[in-house]
Design a protein around this ligand. Structure first.
Ligand code: SAM
Ligand code: SF4
Length: 477
């Protein structure tokens, strides 16, 4: 029996800069689809494999499908979708913490204002230059700058730090795309930051559940749920159409957060005609003075399900996985459609130059579980047949909505993303890779070149790869 979907009528209609999340609505949808049949699960999966975004009701079917045979089908379908649409390319980035002053008191974060053990620091110009040089020297081209929320970190400060980062060129190194993870701003503030040439502006809602939100955000600006949930609407109004949403898993029921994220995507599509560029879903980690509450802990099994369902629910949105996750989890869920991961991450303030062996929770925001260097991550990706990419071509050619294009423009990945991934990989191999990685990387490029039947295109690509070997840089399609 077919389910009757009612995808577009929500309790709260979509209006720019107004709250769109209704707690009762989300719970009633989750309860309505309480015990899905295998037939219903199949029906929803079929729709997703036809490259259509799922409604909240359809997503709830997958979320409630907990029988092992259903979960297996969901994971298999996510793998299929990933392979058919995105191929084997994985974009790499690194976070850079600019300042940990904070007026908010998020219970889960080491930077919270009441954590007196945390050493407070804001990077000055030279500090930023030093960190960026260190990152460039490992091969990074894409950074996300991270800031606490504080009057000192206003829009002008953020814009200035972005410009400092873009100006750092060391040997063949340069940062070609700077993304931001910072507090929501006023529209004018977002305009200032946009003018500095940012890529994506990320704001995580943390939890879409209003009561839980109030319990974990008791002080500072962040206590205002509506201000935060409409933050990226203001970014859109300011002309930043490249935005990233996210939920911090472990604060509330993950099933609810899944529907909150999908509702957020629907909201953007309804109001701005474009969904978010990326979704992040960090699992909460222990932090200085904070132990994870077991009530809503998301197990490895639930987490892998979460990623597979999200891939199916929003097939054309980029999914980001971070170093908060241990290596074995990263490896598994990359198969379900992760499009970006961080590599060689250090979240200590000035961490890229401090060379400390031990993590120090009083210098960083929380614990991370993957401490591999960028080259170790590259080695592993290449070994598993992934093409690591530092590509920033779409952003610099003003091809915004790159994920949507990858997904919806036939041949886009083969024609643009894959060759650009190979070109940026070749740059990495020439400039930063030890001999063994270099050999493996060029073998991967050679294997992938064989997939190109169009001889004219293939020879253009080979020509550019040769130019990179001879010292030219920053070549893309
Ligand atoms: N201060 C800004 C804000 O709160 O939006 C931006 C920076 S904040 C450091 C970036 C993100 O770190 C938060 O949105 C939150 O999801 C995540 N985070 C905070 N504490 C965490 C923890 N204990 N484990 C995992 N992620 C955490
Ligand atoms: Fe401050 Fe952001 Fe940490 Fe909250 S999550 S305490 S706002 S840095």
């Amino acid at each position: 029996m077919s389910i009757i979907y009612n995808p577009q009528k929500y309790a709260l209609p979509d209006r720019p800069m107004e709250n769109f999340i209704d707690d009762n609505e989300i719970w009633s949808i989750l309860k309505d689809q309480d015990k899905p049949t295998m037939e219903q699960v199949d029906e929803v999966i079929t729709k997703s494999l036809q490259k259509q975004r799922l409604s909240l009701q359809e997503t709830a079917v997958l979320v409630n499908a907990s029988e092992p045979a259903m979960v297996d089908k969901i994971k298999l379908a996510a793998k299929q979708l990933k392979e058919q649409i995105y191929g084997k390319r994985i974009v790499l980035f690194a976070p850079l913490y600019i300042g940990n002053l904070c007026i908010n008191d998020c219970t889960y974060c080491g930077f919270r204002s009441t954590n007196k053990k945390q050493e407070r620091l804001t990077l000055g110009k030279q500090d930023i230059v030093d960190q960026v040089v260190a990152l460039e020297d490992t091969g990074h081209k894409r950074l996300i700058l991270v800031y606490g929320e504080h009057p000192r970190y206003d829009a002008k400060f953020i814009a200035d730090t972005v410009k400092i980062v873009y100006d750092v060129k060391h040997e063949n190194g340069e940062i070609r795309r700077v993304n931001i993870n910072a507090a929501p701003l006023e529209i004018d503030g977002f305009k200032t930051v946009k003018e500095a040439g940012i890529g994506t502006y990320q704001i995580f809602q943390e939890t879409y559940h209003r009561e839980t939100y109030a319990n974990v955000h008791k002080a500072g600006t962040k206590k205002h749920y509506d201000w935060r949930v409409t933050g990226l609407d203001r970014a859109q109004e300011a002309g930043i159409d490249d935005v990233g949403i996210g939920a911090l898993l472990g604060l509330y029921d993950w099933r609810y957060e899944m529907l909150g994220l999908v509702r957020h995507v629907n909201h953007f599509e309804a109001v701005y005609n474009v969904g978010p560029h990326t979704i992040s879903f960090p699992r909460i980690q222990s932090a200085s003075g904070f132990e994870v509450d077991k009530n809503y802990e998301v197990s490895d099994e639930e987490f892998t399900r979460f990623v597979a369902i999200l891939r199916l629910a929003v097939p054309y949105t980029g999914l980001i996985l971070t170093a908060r996750e241990p290596e074995h989890i990263r490896d598994e869920i990359m198969e379900y459609g992760i499009s970006q991961i961080d590599g060689g991450t250090n979240i200590e303030m000035k961490g890229y130059t401090s060379h400390k062996e031990e993590q120090n929770l009083d210098h960083e925001q929380f614990e991370i579980s993957d401490n591999r260097s960028l080259n170790e991550v590259m080695e592993e990706l290449v070994g598993n047949g992934y093409i690591p990419s530092f590509c920033t071509a779409c952003y610099r050619l003003n091809r915004t909505g790159e994920h949507f294009m990858e997904f919806s423009v036939p041949g886009f990945i083969k024609r643009f993303c894959q060759p650009n991934a190979m070109l940026t990989l070749a740059e990495y191999l020439e400039d930063y890779a030890p001999g063994e990685t270099k050999d493996k990387g060029y073998q991967l490029i050679k294997d992938n070149l064989e997939n190109y039947e169009d001889e004219r295109f293939k020879s253009k690509l080979i020509e550019r790869l040769e130019k990179i070997k001879q010292g030219e840089r920053d070549l893309y399609f």
